[in-house]
Design a protein around this ligand. Structure first.
Ligand SMILES: NC(=O)CC[C@H](N)C(=O)O
Length: 364
């Protein structure tokens, strides 16, 4: 394997072995602490624009299989690992991580001290970085990293261009695709929903004309404030249809209700983040992947109630509208990867949808 370098905007240079695509790449370097689930993480569209460091040292050991993709074409910028398994062992495995990343043209670097790298990210905050060949002049790369801003049109890059149906016989749910993971569709399909997936910039008018029984806002990459048209769409949907939002969908809901979001120092990315449901006091383990969060202070004078909080740092993990059938979570109830403790939220949403249909709930 060819030697490659990982270069960070703070001047750090780490040398490792290349795997996957040989192309050079630039992105925001983040870390994920999941011990399994690398296939789902690599194919999660919310990582668009990011280079993911896995803190778990053995990646690729059970290969890449047919069932665990979260999107068809991964948009992650690069993968950083301590060790990439050359010989995966699992009955479902169809190829190694190296083969998969080559096929999808995604660069990887192995042999990196990922504990050291994670400590750098934790003290500096997420930072820009590059994976490139040893021939590149590191000083020039650092200069370039410092000078250039990363793109801010990730949702536009990953959302679908045209609406499509995922038929069922149950409630008609419109899923707004900001870079939706397959897991969300799987959960809706499992519950027999008649789903229509629509692009991120669909207007509220178009959505309501589809006569949905409920609307779901998906996860997605980047800063929620970059998706202005979606904020307007959500404002016009609140009170007119029940809705449920996940991750980016949660952040857009907060912005639409007059609250604010901020960029966290290094975010939450992993499969065992504990969250407390403030109504029941119960703690669930959740799958998370976010770099932004809703700010507590900004909730004054909004119609929002905090329903859940992260136990590690107290940040907001769930919101509910005081007068409309709308709730959202910052984490991933669809799991994929991670624990399925909060899967029941899809049932709660569909219960709200059923009540709304019966006319038991009224407009805000
Ligand atoms: N998974 C997501 O939807 C992530 C939301 C947003 N891009 C963030 O990083 O906070």
């Amino acid at each position: 394997m060819l030697k490659k370098q990982l270069i960070l905007e703070d001047g750090t240079i780490m040398v490792g072995k290349g795997f996957g695509s040989e192309d050079a790449t630039v992105g925001e370097v983040v870390f994920n602490t999941g011990m399994t689930g690398y296939q789902e993480t690599i194919t999660d569209p919310s990582y668009c624009g990011q280079i993911v460091t896995f803190t778990y040292p053995l990646i690729g050991n059970y290969g890449v299989n047919r069932d665990d993709f979260e999107s068809v074409n991964p948009v992650i910028k690069g993968v950083v690992v301590k060790e990439a398994a050359d010989y995966p062992v699992n009955w479902r495995s169809e190829m190694s991580i190296d083969e998969y990343l080559k096929k999808k043209n995604i660069p990887g670097i192995a042999g990196i001290d990922t504990r050291k790298l994670t400590r750098i990210i934790r003290s500096f905050g997420t930072l820009k970085g590059a994976i490139c060949s040893m021939e590149e002049d590191a000083e020039a790369v650092i200069k370039k990293l410092k000078a250039e801003a990363l793109p801010n049109d990730q949702v536009q890059q990953v959302s679908i261009r045209q609406a499509y149906p995922s038929p069922g016989r149950g409630h008609h749910i419109v899923l707004v695709d900001f870079g939706a993971k397959h897991g969300i569709l799987r959960e809706l399909n499992k519950r027999n929903c008649d789903v229509t997936v629509v692009p991120y910039n669909t207007t509220a008018e178009t959505i309501l004309a589809m006569r949905p029984d409920g609307v779901m806002l998906s996860n997605g990459p980047g800063d929620p404030k970059d998706v202005k048209e979606a904020i307007v769409m959500v404002q016009q949907l609140i009170g007119n249809t029940p809705f449920f939002g996940i991750c980016l969908g949660h952040q857009l809901f907060a912005l639409a209700c007059g609250a604010d979001t901020y960029k966290m120092k290094f975010g939450h990315r992993g499969s065992n983040h504990p969250v407390r449901d403030l109504k029941t006091g119960k703690v669930a383990l959740t799958s998370q992947n976010h770099g932004y969060a809703v700010s507590d202070e900004s909730l004054v004078n909004t119609p929002l109630i905090v329903t859940q909080r992260a136990l590690n740092d107290g940040t907001i993990e769930g919101l509910e509208h005081k007068n409309a059938p709308a709730f959202t979570v910052q984490y991933h109830p669809e799991a994929s990867p991670g624990p399925e403790d909060t899967n029941y939220l899809f049932d709660e949403f569909l219960k709200t949808v059923a009540k709304w249909k019966e006319g038991a709930l009224h407009h805000a």
